[in-house]
Design a protein around this ligand. Structure first.
Ligand code: NAD
Ligand code: WQD
Length: 344
């Protein structure tokens, strides 16, 4: 059984990916300092998969602790590196914290992979590396524009670090996955997005407004040059995204990688407007959603969505879910989460 280290394994995408990895026969350990998560998610993973995953609650910026973990697991075949701080607005307020955390953790992980001969890394990148993209849909060859935030710059820099690393270590396989807008939860509603910091992404804000955790949702602008005036994004279900990581690992382990660094866009290839997303939520759940239209949010791009043909052709990956599945599963998870809080 291939053993994989998932960094950020208690986080949102990491936890869903662990479920998909276990379902596909991988052995997994996690390293997560719980700065934006809790180990309760390991209970949910155990309920779904029947397996208890061990988490090392270490800060990956601590080289000694990171190395001790690698030393204990000399049989690792790969690392999926999710661990990072991810709030765009916060990164503008605290750029040094973002550079320190997101870059030092990556550098330490790469350093340990060399020392302990772990040959495969999958890195969480983001569509934010494209900035205000010059063409739609975005392909992996669309030029990267100026980063819109320190967060996005940590992703561009992370990609560059891995490019340079690969030139020195040609036997390593390096995959950069550029996620578009991940959302949704596992079908079982045993795991979902449960950050310890306040939600700011559209889908959790929708479910929180619908359940009454917040007074209303504000649509950030309806005067853009789009079909209904609101911004367009490519919302990808987190379980489809999770499965792309499994497929990427299977691809490198089978020796199919065509170059030292390969980049894949992960989206569903369709743009959805903010107002369409709200309508999908109301139609799928039958719930009311208190919302009003407000001003534009500074830094928002008007429209972005992916061309994912490369992932389909090379990884054999296809998204199977759409925005309605995202709303259905997010709502189921929000109800479970809110009840758990009420009962506590
Ligand atoms: P998340 O915050 O839920 O998960 C990240 C996890 O990493 C958290 O559990 C956190 O505690 C942990 N972590 C952070 N710094 C650490 C450190 N120094 N040492 C150990 N653990 C650390 O975020 P997510 O949504 O699951 O995102 C996972 C990855 O995907 C991140 O790299 C993020 O930048 C990237 N990404 C996310 C999105 C999105 O919208 N969710 C989109 C594109 C890319
Ligand atoms: C989606 C749309 C908002 C909240 C961010 C990062 C990106 C990636 C994904 C990490 C936009 C609108 C939102 C609300 C709204 N993350 N909106 N009211 O900004 O596309 O992408 O997350 O890598 O890098 O930038 O995602 O969910 O914040 O916004 O109208 O209360 O919903 O204006 O059009 P975004 P989002």
């Amino acid at each position: 059984m291939h053993k994989i280290l998932v960094t950020g394994g208690c986080g949102y995408i990491g936890s869903h990916t662990i479920v998909d990895l276990i379902d596909n026969g991988f052995d997994v350990i996690s390293a997560d300092n719980l700065s934006n998560s809790s180990e309760e998610v390991l209970d949910g993973i155990e309920t779904i998969t029947g397996r208890r995953v061990k988490n090392y609650a270490i800060d990956l910026c601590d080289l000694e602790a990171t190395e001790a973990m690698f030393r204990e697991h000399s049989d690792l075949v790969g690392v999926i590196h999710f661990a990072a701080l991810k709030h765009v607005g916060e990164s503008v307020e605290q750029p040094i914290r973002y550079f320190r955390n997101n870059l030092n953790s990556l550098i330490n992980v790469l350093d340990c992979m060399v020392r302990y001969e772990v040959p495969n890394i999958i890195f969480s990148s983001s569509c934010s590396v494209y900035g205000n993209a010059s063409e739609l849909p975005v392909t992996e060859n669309t030029p990267l524009e100026e980063a819109e935030s320190p967060y996005a710059r940590t992703k561009q820099m992370g990609e560059h670090i891995i490019q340079d690393f690969s030139r020195r270590h040609p036997n390593h396989n390096n995959i950069l996955l550029r996620y578009f807008n991940p959302a949704g939860a596992h079908e079982s509603a045993k795991i979902g997005e449960s950050p310890t910091t306040p939600a700011s992404n559209l889908v959790p804000v929708i479910t929180e407004a619908a359940i009454g955790k917040r007074k209303e949702l504000v649509v950030f602008g309806d005067d853009y040059d789009t079909r209904d005036g609101s911004c367009i994004r490519d919302y990808i279900h987190v379980m489809d995204l999770a499965n792309a990581h499994t497929k990427a690992l299977q691809y490198v382990i089978a020796g199919k990688q065509e170059g030292p660094v390969e980049i894949f866009n992960l989206g569903i290839g369709e743009g959805v407007t903010v107002l369409e997303a709200l309508n999908s939520f109301m139609a799928v759940t039958g719930e009311d959603l208190p919302y009003r239209v407000g001003p534009r949010r500074p830094g928002d791009v008007v429209a972005i969505y992916a061309n994912y043909k490369k992932a389909a052709d090379q990884l054999g990956w296809q998204p199977e879910r759409d925005v309605n599945d995202i709303m259905r599963t997010s709502w189921a998870w929000e109800k479970v989460r809110s009840n758990a809080v009420k009962e506590a």
